[in-house]
Design a protein around this ligand. Sequence first.
Ligand code: GRF
Length: 210
Amino acid sequence: MDKQKEQNTQKPFNLVVLVSGGGTNLQAILDEMKADNLGGARVCLVISNNPDAYALKRAESLGIPTKCISPADYPTRTDFDNALLLALKEAQPELIVLAGYLVILPENVVHEFSGKIINIHPSLIPSFCGKGYYGLKVHEAALSRGVKVSGATVHFVDEGTDTGPILLQKAVYVSEDDTPQTLQRRIMEEAEWKLLPEAIRLLAQKGKDK
Ligand code: GRF
C-alpha cells in the first residue's frame, strides 16, 4: 500500500485539549498540526472551564470545536465531574492534553482515561510541583530557592497532583537577573512550546505502531 493510502486508512489520533487561559501551549500544538508535524494527531475539541479564555478564540479561528464546561455552572461538583466526563467520552479522544488547565481533573475522568492524559508543568518535576504550584508561583519558588536550572516536564496524569510518570523534560538556565515573569516566558519559549508537541508526536506515533 502506498504511503498516502496507508495514512488515509489509519484511524485518526484525536486529541482533546483542556485549557483555562491564554493558550500559548495550545497554539504551539495547533502550529505543529497545521505544519503536519504532529505525528498525524489532530485536535478535535478544545474544552475550557473559563468562558473568557483566549485559548478558545485560538481554536475557533481554525474552526476547531470548543466547549466551555465550568464548575460554576453546575449545582454540585459531582454534576460538573459528570458533565466533563460525558463530553470527553463523546469526543472519544486517543489522548487528552492538559495545556494550562487550572481545574483539578475529576477522579472519574482520570480513571476512565487512565494512561491517556498528559499535562505540562513549568518546572523540572519533582521540584516546585504539587498543590499550590501553578502559574507564576512555580517560578517565584524556583527563584527564591536560588536554583540555577529550571525547565518543564510533560507527565502522565494520575490521581495525584503532578505525580504521574514523567514522559519528557527539558532544562532551561536561570539568569541572575530573572524575574518570575522573565523566567516563565523563557521556559515557555525554550521548553514548553517544544516539549508538548513533541510528547504528542511520540504518543501518536506509538499509537499508530500498535
Ligand atoms: C503554562 O506555563 C503551563 O506550563 C502551565 O500553565 C501555563 C499555561 O499557559 N500549566 P498557556 O495558557 O498555554 O499560555
